[in-house]
Design a binder for this molecule. Structure first.
Ligand code: ZN
Ligand code: ZN
Length: 422
């Protein structure tokens, strides 16, 4: 009896992410730059451990290689966890819950507002995912998915950085800065000790720095690579420490979401340094704790769940069931069993409950309006050129950021008519 092959959710996934190990791991569509990051870090560390560490362990202390190894392990594990996990992708609406389509169907309104801790926050409709994005979510143009608490798409780690992997990304950036400083200092110390030994006539390469470089050229290479990379990594670590302490995302900071809101709003923002940021807990420690150590929501993707036969896209039906049974049973009229994915699919009908749960906030709908395009809001006009330049240099972020460009209307342009009152 032939074994029936099942189709898992990751195989019919609508976005552009790539899945590995039968759906257990996932990355962005093009992980080449991530592999370069991985090769740079492991290569530099390998040279450090092969050439600097034996000398330093013998002449200075065995604690030096041990400290370097601990930092390298922390950095690499944080990198892999950032790169290979679900950043917080919100599954697209299933056809049934995306709302009526076809002739006579009204296009959905483009934006609506909710109150978050008493402050109005605009929700935008995603025409690709066919749903209103929860607050702070954005659509990544490279991965083609909406991501919860979208920070940015980072090609260096080969993934979006969002709600579910931000803490790993932050750990990676901070530990990488310590690692770069550590490796640079070790290589310089190694060269300095060699130069001193050479001056005393006890080293193979000869006297002075030239002799030290001849004796251990790998140390010079390690020092150069770590010196060149340490500045951008330290800058990035400082920037994300600032973001975590104010509970902002890179996306929000670049767009100036809260500074514009603060300018537009009046007295309400009188207090906190975070201005009009409704997500801020009010003090940096509480923000860091919430962003980096708060509860981690489960993945909504159910990547390894089995797709029921009736939900299979046609191309899968052909390949998966090449020789159907002679007497196929008619599809049962009853509803299919509720899988976790189906429960996830119920997103739209429980949209507000989901967002409340997702953000751990008191959320309250303010109004629903058609049109709403333009209306001031936080647009790309709020960018600080110098900050954008810094981010582009360090994260290549411009290619991937969703700057809330107006999206094309589905079919005919929606007339900004006043909402009909029934
Ligand atoms: Zn989307
Ligand atoms: Zn992405």
């Amino acid at each position: 009896m032939a074994r029936r092959r099942v189709t898992r959710r990751w195989e019919v996934f609508a976005g552009r992410n790539r899945f590995w190990c039968d759906g257990r791991l996932m990355t962005a569509p093009h992980p080449a730059v991530f592999l370069l990051t991985l090769a740079l870090i492991t290569g530099t560390c390998a040279l450090h451990f092969a050439f600097d560490c034996p000398y330093l362990a013998a002449r200075v202390s065995p604690a030096l290689p041990a400290g370097g190894a601990a930092l390298a392990l922390l950095t690499l594990s944080a990198l892999l966890r950032t790169a290979l996990s679900d950043p917080g992708i919100i599954p697209r609406a299933a056809p049934g819950e995306a709302g009526a389509e076809g002739p006579g169907a009204r296009p959905p309104p483009r934006a609506r507002e909710v109150l978050v801790r008493g402050r109005p926050v605009k929700l935008k409709y995603c025409f690709t995912c066919k749903m209103f994005r929860p607050p702070r979510a954005s659509h990544c143009s490279l991965c083609d998915n909406c991501v919860e608490r979208f920070d940015h798409h980072c090609p260096w780690v080969g993934n979006c950085v969002g709600r579910r992997n931000y803490r790993h990304f932050y750990t990676f950036v901070v530990s990488l800065s310590f690692l770069a400083v550590w490796v640079f200092a070790s290589a310089v110390a190694h060269l300095a000790l060699l130069a001193r030994a050479g001056a005393a006539g006890g080293a193979a390469g000869g006297a002075g720095l030239a002799g030290a470089l001849r004796a251990s050229p790998a140390s010079a290479l390690v020092a150069a690579v770590s010196f060149l990379s340490v500045w951008s990594v330290l800058g990035l670590a400082g920037f994300h420490t600032y973001l975590a302490s104010t509970d902002q995302t890179t996306n929000e900071d670049i767009k100036g979401s809260f500074s514009l809101r603060r300018a537009g709003a009046r007295a309400g923002a009188a207090g906190a340094g975070a201005g009009g940021n409704p997500y801020s807990r009010g003090n940096p420690c509480a923000n860091c704790w919430h962003v980096l150590c708060g509860p981690l929501p489960p993945s909504l993707l159910d990547r390894r769940g089995v797709v029921p036969g009736e939900e299979l896209p046609p191309q899968f039906v052909v390949t998966v069931c090449p020789a159907p049974a002679p007497a196929p049973a008619p599809a049962p009229p009853a509803a299919p069993p509720l899988t976790p994915a189906a429960a996830n699919g119920a997103l739209s009908s429980h949209r507000h409950a989901y967002m409340n749960h997702s953000l751990d906030l008191d959320l309250q709908e303010l109004c629903v309006g058609a049109g709403a395009a333009g209306a001031g809001g936080a647009g790309a006009g709020g960018l600080s050129a110098s900050r954008l330049r810094l981010l582009q240099d360090t994260t290549m972020i411009d290619a991937a950021l969703d700057l809330d460009e107006p999206e094309p209307p589905p079919a005919a342009p929606a007339a900004p008519a006043a909402p009909a009152r029934a």
